[in-house]
Design a binder for this molecule. Structure first.
Ligand SMILES: Nc1ncnc2c1ncn2[C@@H]1O[C@H](COP(=O)(O)OP(=O)(O)OP(=O)(O)O)[C@@H](O)[C@H]1O
Length: 243
């Protein structure tokens, strides 16, 4: 069964339809890439799945998680383009971890601390003890992305939505974050949605692809089909632009 099923999801503002009749699914251990030009509705679609839409937007259709209506927080986590905004600037990384963990699992502070250390080490952050004592502003973008993945690991979320997780990173850090996400899907069976402008990212880690244009899904296919035999003229143009 799919971890996530999105059926006819339509998201509107008073002025316009931002996402129209989106339908797709993600299985355990699979990575779905969402690609499309700026303003095509990618982030709004993800926010709709997470139940994080602003009050000015209305949402119709179904988002089913393991066959049930979605429960945010415990089972789903999100990695954003601006990791700084995901953290309270006045809280150390350690405190953030412990509070988040204890809010979701019945753990003592000490147990939560140990789990956090383990997770931070597993995302290749050397000196996890030191990272725990830092404030978000003291860490680089790449480090914060790793911290977010570590947080997803400790929460044991089975669906992870990564909205442009590598956009602000240098090539080396980009590759490392993508490797960690792929590893997470393969080893823990996490279903992952990755939003990107970058076809290279899709080619590198996605199993399936959703191509969005003006709020509509114009193509939904296996990654190799999308690259080798794009069906929609917009996908063809995207592929040609890649050179
Ligand atoms: N809070 C909002 N209120 C009204 N319109 C919004 C709001 N947020 C987004 N939109 C509009 O919805 C459309 C889709 O925006 P969205 O951010 O989802 O696109 P995107 O594909 O993620 O773009 P980008 O790649 O630049 O992040 C845009 O036209 C945008 O102006």
């Amino acid at each position: 069964m799919s971890v996530l099923e999105v059926k006819n999801l339509t998201i509107q503002t008073r002025q316009k339809t931002v996402v129209s009749q989106a339908t797709f699914s993600v299985d355990a251990g699979m990575i779905l890439g969402i690609i499309g030009e700026s303003g095509s509705g990618k982030s709004t679609l993800c926010n709709g799945i997470m139940g994080l839409l602003p009050p000015s937007m209305t949402c119709e259709g179904d988002v089913l998680y393991d066959g049930k209506k979605i429960v945010r927080g415990r089972d789903v986590s999100m990695i954003t383009q601006h990791p700084m905004s995901a953290f309270n600037p006045l809280q150390t990384i350690g405190r953030h971890f412990i509070e988040t963990l204890c809010a979701h699992h019945p753990l003592s502070k000490k147990e939560a601390h140990l789990k956090a250390l383990e997770a931070l080490t597993s995302v290749q952050l050397s000196n996890a003890e030191d990272v725990m004592k830092r404030y978000p502003v003291e860490l680089s973008g790449g480090m914060l992305q790793r911290v977010m993945i570590a947080l997803q690991i400790v929460l044991d979320a089975t669906l992870l939505i990564a909205d442009e997780p590598t956009t602000a990173l240098d090539t080396l850090n980009q590759k490392e974050i993508l490797r960690l996400l792929r590893h997470r899907a393969d080893e823990a069976g996490t279903a992952i949605i990755i939003v990107t402008h970058d076809l290279g990212v899709i080619a590198e880690i996605a199993d399936t692809v959703v191509v969005m244009k003006d709020g509509k899904i114009v193509e939904y296919n296996d990654v190799w089909r999308c690259f080798d035999a794009p069906q929609h003229p917009y996908t063809k143009r995207l592929m040609e632009a890649r050179g």
